[in-house]
Design a protein around this ligand. Structure first.
Ligand code: PEP
Ligand code: MG
Length: 888
């Protein structure tokens, strides 16, 4: 026969913390505390399996359930010496839901269940406090009607407010017992009027009503939404916890409170919590009365003149400190506790691992490892890598008021404040005057690089998580909110319209790239701190991980930043980003507009020294670490001006006819540039471009090598290869240039030529490609785009709908799609390694900075991940966690 009900009480329990799946988090921990001999009011837990049964059988109960509940109630009666429904010796209970994971969307609690017109008298007599008894009864009616009978609590609030006003009371505590009696009569009349039946007087009916309400709440709208947001399967179900009541509101020697064994916002190792004298659970969170500090130290810190629990009830306080220390040691984690003191006696009502800020999580993990409570690997495993984002950037002070005017995608973390500008040139001008700006665009293009550099943050109204703005901003470590579709940008008029409010150029806004919010005005910020606990966790992570972590960087500033975050080389230098700055774009355009190869080579000659000095600097910053340089990737038209005004201007500066520029732009126009003339296809059409880049790389390697006295071994990466012959064609040119430079400089240069695997065909043909390639770097941005056939630039407009409708759980451009794209990565890695066992494997798509994707990379056995500079610490931690998990 199935066991549906698990009892606990009197130092014994049928379940334990191991039974979380069956008993839910709350039930399992109540059982555990009981098993430890801690003072827990006796009770029982109806299992999550009963909930599953309930839904599988048209919301009915398993036949044996009633008998098992009765037996458990009898056990509670034995322990407490009270009986459910007995007016001479009544047992009152609380009923609470409790799923495997804590779920705020569900029914929470019904207290004082079992009260009725008879038992309330008994409670009054027993407590010798009529006021307390009737107050408890009216609370019960209110709570039960709300969560079980579905009567909006507003109905009761209204009655209460009217009564208060009529009697001239300011607060609830001024009601006398008789007045509460009258309120109760009004409540009951209202219930009958609304529901057509009286408030249930039979405690058993009340109990089964509450049990049904808990099970039903599993499928309420809030719970369903919460589950969807947190990936909790509907099949888990909730447990029901029924427990003998203890009263924190039985006079001045009673109290109720919540506490954390360490400070959840700073992590400080000191008991931290609040309580209220003469109050019941919900009063502490309801915020009607101001709670008092548990410890004297906490009271002094808050400057409160209300006594601490330590002073007020020293014995209960001493017991509570002992128990909280014991629980923390037992669970080996910071605990979030609920307790009640009934006439001086302490009762524990809940323990669970406490939620904490990123900063507190670091401190607690490091402290606990140093205290010997956990190992350094466990400390590493306890930090959510994504939460490090909060620590690497300035963040909005959580206490600050937020005047939110719009929300977009959290494209690049951190917060920034500045004056609105609508063009990159303006951004640069104002920056030169020492002003701080936010660049606001419909979307950005490579021509905005200088403006993005000059601004504090970037806001776009179009584009997704891998849009140009998002990728470049992350690379630069600048906050970015992308795709804020509800905002309207009028570039010509110089206005930004949001929620009907209009903001002009020069007005100050703040963007929060961690949440995607756009706010009016300046907002107080907190600055990052990278030493101390952060450094300790990183050191332990580095000791635990197998994969290397490189960075995607091209500018010296990014490369330096990445090194300071612990990058172990460059995994992707997107050389096209080096062609936009200053006078380079002019030479680049000359090259694109050149008539024939001779002219083109002449223009390339101008670009060569600029590229070379870029690479020298990069090699020097990365001193001795590997640097992967990718040959030019985007289609050429990206470098040409777009609007008529820009065309006129550029034509004038190049000294050519606007008409010719227009013609060339049109000739280069593509319907699908992402699938067009880009990547190695450019190098096949114009080998001289690849040759110039190769020469710049080799000459820079020689120069940097000579300066540092140690050899630089560049890794040259060919993008968007689909067939081996493409790679062979380009590699032959690279090898020829290498031979030339070696001859000219009379030196030897070590180098590797490899390719990106970013097309399905390349992954499938990886065996053949590896015959020519010395390394692979999985370009999972393009690989995702081409595997799904979803444009990375247009996906944002419908992917959110896909997620909302449950078709895709995650944006595959953010977190690697294991089933499809991941299989191609696995296949590419296997086939590549089979052909060339020492093939070096890495990833440089945006997924290289995403913890879940990094875990996948560890499983597949990649040698390194590469990500934007600010993601480097996240990747170090995620790689360590993946390695520890894989070892286990
Ligand atoms: C990729 O496609 O994953 C990649 C890293 O290249 P890019 O984003 O520059 O196309
Ligand atoms: Mg790519």
């Amino acid at each position: 026969m199935t066991k549906w009900v698990y009892s606990f009480g009197d130092g014994q329990a049928e379940g334990s913390a191991q039974d979380r799946e069956l008993l839910g988090g709350k039930g399992a921990n109540l059982a555990e505390m009981c098993g430890l001999g801690l003072p827990v009011p006796p009770g029982f837990t109806i299992t999550t399996e009963a909930c599953a049964w309930y839904y599988a059988h048209e919301r009915s109960y398993p036949p044996e359930l009633e008998r098992q509940v009765d037996a458990a109630l009898a056990e509670v009666a034995r322990i407490t010496g009270r009986r459910f429904g007995d007016p001479r010796n009544m047992l009152l209970v609380s009923v609470r839901s409790g799923a495997r994971a804590s779920m705020p969307g569900m029914m929470d609690t019904v207290l004082n269940l079992g009260l009725n017109d008879d038992t309330v008298e008994a409670l009054a007599a027993e407590s010798d406090d009529e006021r307390f008894a009737y107050d408890s009864y009216r609370r019960f009616i209110q709570m039960y009607s709300d969560v079980v009978l579905g009567l909006d609590h507003e109905v009761f609030e209204q009655i209460l407010e009217d009564e208060k006003a009529q009697r001239g009371h300011e607060v609830d505590t001024e009601f006398t017992a008789d007045e509460w009696r009258e309120v109760i009569t009004l409540y009951k009349a209202k219930i009958e009027e609304e529901l057509g039946q009286p408030f249930p007087q039979d405690p058993r009916e009340q109990l089964w009503g509450a049990i049904g309400a808990v099970f039903s709440s599993w499928m309420n709208h809030r719970a369903i939404t919460y589950r969807r947001l947190h990936n909790i399967p509907a099949s888990w179900g909730t447990a029901v916890n029924v427990q003998a009541m203890v009263f924190g509101n039985m006079g001045e020697t009673s109290a109720t409170g919540v506490a954390f064994t360490r400070n959840p916002s700073t992590g400080e190792n000191r008991l931290y919590g609040e309580f209220l004298v003469n109050a019941q659970g919900e009063d502490v969170v309801a915020g009607i009365r101001t709670p008092q500090s548990i410890t004297e130290a906490g009271r002094l810190e808050s400057g409160s003149d209300k006594p601490s629990l330590e002073k007020l009830m020293p014995e209960a306080f001493a017991a509570f400190t002992r128990i909280s220390a014991r629980l923390e040691e037992h669970y080996r984690d910071m605990q979030d506790l609920e307790f009640t003191i009934e006439r001086g006696k302490l009762w524990m009502l809940q323990t669970r691992s406490g939620k904490r800020t990123a900063k507190a999580a670091l401190k607690i993990a490091v402290d606990m490892a140093n205290e010997g409570l956990i190992t350094s690997d466990e400390a590493v495993a306890r930090i959510d890598p994504a939460s490090l984002d909060q620590l690497l950037h300035p963040t909005i002070d959580p206490k600050a008021e937020r005047d939110v005017i719009g929300v977009g995608l959290p494209a690049s973390p951190g917060a920034a404040t500045g004056e609105i500008v609508f063009s990159s040139d303006e951004a640069e001008e104002l920056k030169a005057q020492g002003r701080k700006v936010i660049l606001v665009r419909v979307e950005t293009s490579p021509e905005d690089i200088h403006g993005m550099h000059a601004s504090e943050g970037i806001l776009t109204t179009r584009g997704g998580m891998t849009s140009h703005a998002a990728v470049v901003a992350r690379g630069m470590g600048k906050p970015c909110v992308s795709g804020a579709g509800a905002l309207r940008v009028d570039t010509r008029g110089g206005t930004l319209t949001a929620l009907g409010r209009r903001f002009s150029k020069g007005e100050v806004i703040t963007i929060d790239g961690t949440t995607g919010q756009v706010l009016a005005g300046a907002v107080p910020m907190l600055q990052p701190e990278l030493s101390g606990d952060f450094a300790a966790i990183m050191e332990w992570a580095d000791a635990a991980r197998r994969m290397k972590v490189r960075t995607n960087a091209e500018t010296p500033a990014d490369a330096r930043m990445a090194r300071s975050f612990g990058a172990e080389g460059v995994g992707l230098c997107r050389t096209e980003h080096m062609f936009f700055e200053g006078d380079r774009i002019v030479a680049m355009r000359e090259m694109i507009l050149a008539d024939g190869e001779t002219d083109r080579r002449a223009a390339l000659e101008k670009l060569l020294p600029m590229q070379r000095s870029d690479f020298v600097e990069l090699f020097e910053i990365m001193a001795g670490l590997p640097v992967t340089i990718r040959l030019l990737d985007p289609p050429l038209h990206e470098f040409l001006p777009k609007t008529e005004d820009e065309i006129e201007e550029v034509a004038a500066s190049l000294g050519i006819e606007a008409e010719r520029l227009r013609e060339r732009t049109e000739a280069l126009h593509e319907f699908n540039p992402m699938l067009g003339h880009r990547g190695c296809r450019l190098a096949v059409s114009y080998p001289e471009i690849a040759e110039m880049q190769a020469r710049a790389i080799f000459e820079a390697a020689v120069e940097a090598g000579a300066r540092s006295g140690s050899q630089v071994v560049p890794e040259i990466m060919v993008p968007l290869v689909g067939v081996t012959a493409e790679l062979d064609f380009v590699k032959a040119r690279i090898d020829a240039v290498a031979a030339d430079v070696m001859r000219e400089r009379d030196t030897r240069i070590g180098y590797l030529v490899g390719t990106m695997i970013e097309l399905p065909r390349a992954a499938i043909a990886a065996g053949a490609i590896a015959e020519s390639a010395e390394f692979f770097s999985f370009g999972t941005n393009d690989l995702t785009q081409t595997t799904f056939g979803i444009s990375r630039d247009d996906a944002a407009s419908f992917l959110e709908t896909y997620r909302r409708k449950g078709i895709l759980e995650e944006d595959p451009f953010v977190s690697l799609d294991r089933e499809g794209v991941g299989e191609l990565v696995r296949l590419g890695a296997e086939r590549g390694r089979a052909a060339r066992p020492d093939l070096k494997l890495g990833i440089c798509g945006e997924h290289g900075g995403d913890p879940a994707s990094i875990a996948f990379c560890e499983e597949v056995g990649l040698d390194y991940v590469s990500c934007s500079p600010f993601r480097v610490p996240i990747a170090r931690l995620a790689a360590a966690q993946a390695a520890v998990r894989n070892k286990a």
